[in-house]
Design a binder for this molecule. Structure first.
Ligand code: SF4
Length: 729
């Protein structure tokens, strides 16, 4: 007789922006099976090998489950109280000796999909009050944030393609067939392209590599890395010459100034820079002009390059010129149920309010680029970094000139890490506070929820209990308390009071916000209706119920967190809608098309000589996610991922054959790997994946090679040399 009884739980996958709804089959506390949830309103059954590998991640014996400290006597397991005491005491001591800026914070990419951590780390960073705040954003999307800040006065105002209604999607430097979107949550991308084709639409991909997405496209422009701004300017000019200007329904300023600056870029000059014939650009302009609902989307290839901010800005200029911005079938601003009180309109940009004392690079949206981290550790003087608190990141692998950074981090007096693995960075930590496994935490897409291909409300509660370990939200509260009190451990009652204060603060701000569903209501009445369960879920509930779709705490029929938890397939909350006026935060309500920074960048672009010879670009594989998940059981089995890719003609010229070992080197560093040759890459381009330990892409990246306005590291378009070597990779 079979006595096994299994249960099913629901979990939104926290690994990437597909946000797949998963069905998890459990035998007791053992995960026995993971499937895509076909009833999920957002992901519709999508699943990739990484989602299945979550079970392996949960069980992985390498996962850290108890706090660790490292001191003169070595590495040892300690109690939670000892770990919190040590962390709080050391951080408070360094702050008191050198000032608040001596303690830096680094925020890693996994925090974006972890609501407890993404909300909790804000409490810690707020307590530390240091101007040395860094994150993986500056080796990723920061140029898009800065472009949005300049144009809309709102650094999070990044539109997504309305893929359900477009008839011409022009995509630059993105590979959603593998990534499932980035700053765009778009599971089942292949099916969406199939539907686009079925209604007569087209996909055009601009990428130096014939990626998995380019293979689905109607046209592929194999552009030289880092030259997208030239292509966009040529398109804007060509369309302008045909009489296409920014439609009058948009409230904009600076159009003439911008178009005048752009008009100096000649089509043939652009063609030479891009390695794309002028006629191809001309044809593309015609295609866009003739489309009924065109839309432009640019991602990682357009941001990790020397003109990332300019390129990101021009993507939206082209959307505007085509009348595609904030229009059905165009580039739309999504929404999520959790709502923060609306930020006030403002004159000042959140940019350049302070600078790195060493290189003078400006802050962007409150953070300095990670390219400044190493200089601020190495350089003595006021504001020198002496300690680091980091959350779920691995800067030793993911930041430029990573060997130099590793040495610099090793010199710090104190590193406090919140992570679930002993990564290359966590190995350097003096206190390692382990987070929970993805099955031990609830999931709400708090950071990226406004970038969905459709608007859906979803929340899944924890699948398994975390037993006696604190979840990441509580861990952050305890850490913040330790910094404030020089290492005292908060009692359960003190932590509860701390959380009550945060909940009350959020309610108060909503009550004061004229746009909130609970504007003008009685704070105590609202607090009386906030659910009794503790944790980050209480804040989520307040933000959801006070938002556009919320129940306004019983005043109307609407969303609550409880209702979302009871509907794990998700609740559809309406189509993407036009809402540009809500998004723009400049005091005059206009879009600024000619900020001085952008005009300067156009001149800089025109004066810059392109890199000659071979240039490096990144490559993504479905079985990895940045520097995470390496070695998780079952994921990389039998697949060689860490391989250099080279055009066969470039290889032949260098006496290289497929399967050879090669050394790739720059003035900064070198790596050795096997090579694959073929014709998928443009000539003069070499591709390599990032995030690997045995051959780390970032040892090749010079720390001072950045997108000038945002300080974002340039990882696409680095000039490299490659040489066949005898030793095996
Ligand atoms: S595509 Fe894979 S990694 Fe991404 S959310 Fe879905 S299952 Fe997870």
């Amino acid at each position: 007789m079979n006595t096994t009884s299994t249960t099913t739980a629901y979990r939104i996958c926290p690994i990437c922006e597909a946000g797949c709804g998963l069905k998890v089959t459990l035998d007791g506390t053992q995960v026995v099976h993971i499937r895509g949830n076909h009833d999920d309103r957002f992901s519709e059954g999508h699943l990739c090998p990484k989602g299945v590998a979550l079970a392996g991640l949960h069980e992985d014996p390498r996962r850290v489950r108890e706090p660790l400290v490292r001191d003169a006597s070595g590495r040892r397991v300690v109690s939670w109280d000892e770990a919190f005491t040590k962390a709080g005491r050391r951080l408070a001591d360094i702050r008191s000796r050198y000032g608040a800026d001596a303690v830096a914070t680094y925020i890693g990419n996994p925090t974006a999909h972890n609501v407890g951590l993404s909300m909790g780390l804000g409490i810690v960073a707020g307590t530390l009050a240091s101007r040395n705040l860094y994150s993986a954003v500056s080796v990723d999307q920061l140029p898009k944030n800065l472009a949005a800040e300049l144009m809309f006065g709102n650094d999070m105002a990044i539109p997504v393609p309305d893929i359900l209604h477009t008839d011409c999607l022009l995509m630059l430097g993105a590979n959603p067939a593998v990534s499932n979107g980035s700053l765009w949550m778009v599971p089942k991308f292949r099916e969406k392209v199939r539907d686009l084709h079925a209604r007569g639409g087209s996909l055009i991909v601009v990428d130096p590599r014939r990626t998995e997405t380019a293979r689905l496209a109607d046209a592929h422009l194999a552009i030289r890395p880092g030259t997208d701004a030239w292509l966009l300017m040529a398109l804007i000019n060509r369309l302008s010459e045909r009489g296409l200007r920014v439609p009058s329904r948009y409230r904009v300023r600076g159009t003439d100034e911008l178009f005048r600056a752009i008009s100096a870029a000649d089509m043939h000059e652009a063609a030479v820079h891009c390695g794309v014939r002028a006629q191809v650009i001309e044809d593309l302009a015609t295609r866009l002009a003739e489309a009924k609902h065109p839309v432009i989307y640019g991602r990682i290839g357009t941001t990790l390059q020397a003109f990332g901010t300019l390129t990101s800005f021009l993507v939206e200029v082209l959307n505007l010129q085509l009348g595609a911005l904030d229009t059905t079938g165009g580039a739309m601003f999504g929404e999520q149920p959790f709502t923060q009180p609306r930020s006030p309109l403002r004159h000042e940009l959140e940019y350049g309010r302070w600078r790195s004392r060493v290189s003078g690079r400006p802050e962007v949206g409150g953070q300095l680029p990670v390219a400044c981290l190493v200089e601020k550790i190495e350089t003595p003087g006021e504001g020198q970094i002496r300690a680091l608190v980091y959350f779920a990141g691995n800067p030793v692998l993911s930041n430029p000139d990573s060997e130099r950074l590793r040495k610099a981090l090793s010199s710090l007096e104190c590193i406090v890490a919140v992570d679930i693995f002993e990564t290359e960075t966590a190995e350097l930590a003096h206190v390692l506070l382990p987070g929970t496994s993805p099955f031990e935490e609830g999931h709400y897409e708090h950071y990226l929820g406004t970038y969905g291909w459709k608007n859906v409300a979803r929340y899944t509660p924890p699948v398994l209990p975390s037993n006696d370990r604190p979840d990441e939200w509580s861990l952050c509260l305890q850490l913040a308390h330790g910094v404030k009190t020089a290492g005292q451990v908060a009692s359960a009652a003190e932590l509860a009071a701390f959380e009550d204060e945060l909940v009350a603060g959020l309610v108060r701000r909503h009550v004061d916000d004229p746009e909130s569903a609970i504007h003008g209501r009685d704070v105590q009445e609202i607090l009386g209706k906030v659910g009794p369960a503790r944790g980050v879920e209480r804040l989520l509930d307040v933000g959801i119920r006070s938002g556009r779709e919320g129940d306004a705490f019983g005043a109307r029929d609407g969303l609550t967190l409880e209702r979302m938890a009871a509907t794990p397939d998700g609740i559809e909350t309406g189509s993407l809608r036009s809402r540009l006026a809500e998004v723009v935060r400049h005091t005059d309500g206009q879009l600024d098309l000619a900020p001085p920074l952008i005009l300067t960048e156009i001149h800089r672009l025109r004066a810059t000589r392109p890199a000659e010879g071979l240039v490096l670009t990144g490559r993504r594989n479905i079985r990895t996610n940045n520097s995470w998940l390496h070695g998780v059981p079952g994921l990389e089995k039998g697949v060689e991922l860490c391989v250099v890719e080279l055009h066969e003609d470039d290889a032949r010229e260098r006496g290289i054959e497929g399967g050879d070992s090669v050394c790739v080197f720059t003035s900064t560093g070198e790596l050795v790997a096997k090579v694959n040759t073929g014709t998928d890459l443009a000539r003069g381009v070499i591709a390599f994946p990032h995030g690997f330990v045995r051959a780390n892409y970032n040892v090749l990246a010079p720390v001072d090679f950045v997108d000038e306005p945002s300080g974002t590291s340039v990882l696409n378009g680095i000039a490299v040399e490659v040489e066949r070597i005898a030793q095996p990779a």
